[in-house]
Design a protein around this ligand. Structure first.
Ligand SMILES: [Fe+2]
Ligand SMILES: [Fe+2]
Length: 142
């Protein structure tokens, strides 16, 4: 499975969100490298998964606040998808803590596929919404 590098099609045009997405992709890249190299222990995996969990918590909170502040109509659907990811990551963290987890290809694939599809579908909609909102605001003279 290939590493997931930043691509311009991931850009939403909302600076803080794009910055966070770059960081998230870099974190998942790190997990990918650890998986491929296979020379890390459970505590390393746990550490990187906890970093991912902390980072997404801050990122999701920012996006959800942004959506609420801008009366974004898709907030509930978007939040549900965030919750799905957070649930999977915390399940993985818990199983590592309980000594039953391993960094599997299934987990790595889920992290990558979820992140890319979320960024290119639901987060991309935030960018479109923002562009339309700004375009409209400038036309009517705000
Ligand atoms: Fe999102
Ligand atoms: Fe996002």
């Amino acid at each position: 499975m290939a590493k997931q590098k930043w691509d311009s099609r991931y850009s939403t045009g909302i600076e803080r969100i794009d910055h966070d997405h770059r960081e998230l992709l870099a974190l998942i890249d790190r997990i990918h490298d650890m998986f491929v190299q296979g020379r890390y222990g459970k505590s390393d995996y746990l550490g990187v998964l906890e970093s991912l969990s902390d980072y997404v918590a801050g990122h999701f909170a920012f996006e959800e606040k942004w959506m609420a502040e801008h009366n974004y109509p898709g907030l509930s659907e978007h939040r549900l998808d965030h919750e799905r990811f957070s649930r999977e990551v915390s399940k993985a963290v818990d199983s590592f803590k309980n000594g039953v987890g391993g960094l599997t290809l299934t987990l790595l694939t889920f992290l990558k596929v979820w992140l890319i599809s979320h960024i290119t579908v639901l987060d991309a909609d935030l960018g479109r919404f923002d562009r339309e909102r700004c375009g409209h605001a400038s036309v009517i003279g705000f």
